[in-house]
Design a protein around this ligand. Structure first.
Ligand code: B12
Length: 302
């Protein structure tokens, strides 16, 4: 339903002059125009303006608040579109990480990651190159082509790169606070950190808690931060009991908190917690980009 400037001003509490200034200076909204040149806004504009107002009222400078609004709401909320595939011949091949795991060459590793991350959006590079290329490292290790030293060398380089991407993915001012990390005993962090970065890029204020986090510490973080959501990664089937213990504790101690599980082992969790009252637990979709969009869309409404 279209709204006039006057209606938007009444609905949001933002004076018409300021509305127009935010449009002109920061592009926070892009109203259509009537034949007579009057601005018409839609529900999405109202949501963006409300977020902008909340941030500015909270002391965020308007220019930074606008960056946040533009980042947080640019993600499609409707049907999931997978990240675009990398163009044929763009970026390195899937076996490139295996070569680095064999050579243990630092410059080659950094150059390879530079090239890979330049080949597309963070989402498409992670989903279409990084994760399959890591799986190849695992197979090469199983086949005795790559030593554990090579696997650790590659994992550490990727871990550092993902850490930098996480840090660079915005200040997330005003987005919903979300805990993300791994349950006790679980060390495969690369999927979880990739997920946390994508979610942060969608505007959530993600607090990355890392690997092997005890159940009490998940509860401590939830108590301290009162987040809107928590995403427990379950990389392998063997991680399901520990993830179920985290899920159990968080849902029991923090009734309003939305707790999600994701990763290859996640389908093993619901049968372990089916005795709990409340809505049944549906694991997140296996694509971590789809999963991040699901969480972002659900928590945006909280
Ligand atoms: C690197 C690595 C390690 C490193 C991890 C380092 C690090 N900093 O993360 C270290 C050395 C610690 C390690 C240890 C082990 N590993 Co390991 N490891 C790997 C390797 C080579 C890459 C893992 C990786 O990061 N892959 C990329 C990730 C992101 O892919 P993924 O985990 O499959 O995740 C997918 C989805 O689940 C989803 N996803 C992942 N996380 C999340 C989170 C959310 C929220 C969502 C929505 C989705 C999502 O995204 C991915 C793409 O779809 C794999 C090979 C492989 N095939 O993956 C073996 C592999 C996973 N490891 C394996 C094993 C057996 C082990 C050990 C048990 C070995 C041992 N005997 O000690 C230990 C267990 C450690 C523990 N306690 O958790 C096996 C697992 C077999 C199985 N299916 O059970 C694999 C497959 C190797 C193999 N071919 O045998 N490992």
């Amino acid at each position: 339903m279209p709204y006039t400037v006057k209606q938007v001003s009444a609905l949001t509490g933002i004076a018409p002059d300021r509305l127009r200034a935010w449009e002109r200076r920061y592009g926070v909204v892009r109203p259509t125009r009537t034949d007579g040149g009057y601005r018409l806004y839609d529900d999405e504009d109202i949501a963006r303006l409300r977020l902008m107002m909340r941030l500015v009222d909270g002391g965020t400078p308007a220019s930074l608040a606008a960056q946040e609004v533009n980042g947080a709401t640019s993600a499609p909320t409707g049907e999931f579109r997978p990240p675009e595939p990398l163009g044929a011949g763009t970026g390195p091949g899937l076996d490139a990480l295996v070569r680095v795991a064999v050579s243990l060459d630092r410059a080659e590793a950094e150059l390879l990651l530079d090239q890979a991350f330049a080949a597309g959006s963070f989402e498409s590079v992670v989903e279409h190159w990084l994760l399959p290329a890591l799986a190849q490292v695992g197979s090469a290790w199983q086949d005795g082509i790559v030593d554990v030293a090579g696997e650790h060398f590659v994992s550490a380089a990727v871990r550092r790169r993902l850490g930098r991407a996480f840090d660079a993915s915005g200040t997330a001012l005003g987005g919903p606070v979300v805990l993300a990390g791994l349950p006790p005993g679980s060390l495969h962090e690369l999927g979880s950190l990739s997920f946390a970065t994508v979610l942060r890029r969608l505007g959530a204020d993600v607090r990355w808690l890392g690997v092997d986090l005890p159940v009490d510490s998940w509860a401590h973080a939830a108590d301290r931060l009162r987040p809107a959501g928590a995403v427990v990664s379950v990389p392998l089937a063997r991680d399901a009991p520990a993830a179920a213990a985290v899920f159990r504790r968080l849902t029991q101690d923090f009734p309003g908190l939305r707790v999600y599980v994701g990763g290859q082992g996640a389908p093993g969790v619901p049968p372990l917690v089916e005795d709990l009252a409340g809505p049944t637990l549906a694991p997140l979709p296996p694509s971590l980009v789809a999963a991040a969009r699901t969480v972002a869309a659900e928590l945006r409404g909280v």
